[in-house]
Design a protein around this ligand. Sequence first.
Ligand code: ZN
Length: 178
Amino acid sequence: MVASLFGCALIIAAGLLAGSSGRQQPKVTAIDEELSDAELFHRLRQFHGHIGPYAVLGYRLGRWLLDKLGCGKYFGAYITVTGPGITPYTCLLDGLQLSTGHTLGKRNLTLNVIADRGKEPLFQIEAVAEAGGKVLCLNVPLAVTELFAEWMSQELTEEQILHQTLSWPQEELWQEVS
Ligand SMILES: [Zn+2]
């Protein structure tokens, strides 16, 4: 009896919570405020489980992409990533999901796996704004794999990897293509 009452209370509480959060989610949500390194470290680790350069790159690239497209988080664009389908490269997708809110589950983020690794570019990313249809294409050069492999061989801490990936010259990490 106690258990069933408790169960009932839980259902009511869940209903209240659902009601208070509202069923209608906003269609456009502004990009998050820029996080401090420490906050990003915490959030990325919580989401992805560890800090690696590809995840941080995906995070940074995702912020840039939404900003450049001028669209909001979660629903503003359709993002297609073409590249290798294995880790650590695919860690990029988790960083992208965290910063853009565009996800594999919502199908507004898609991974096209190419089997031919070692081919230039490493990743090709296309993003189309849902409103207006503005298109943005960028390449992550293959040289990034050597750069990140070098960092890994230096046995940098996760904090150092995060900081280095965030502060590295952008043009060495990705280039916009027309
Ligand atoms: Zn990873």
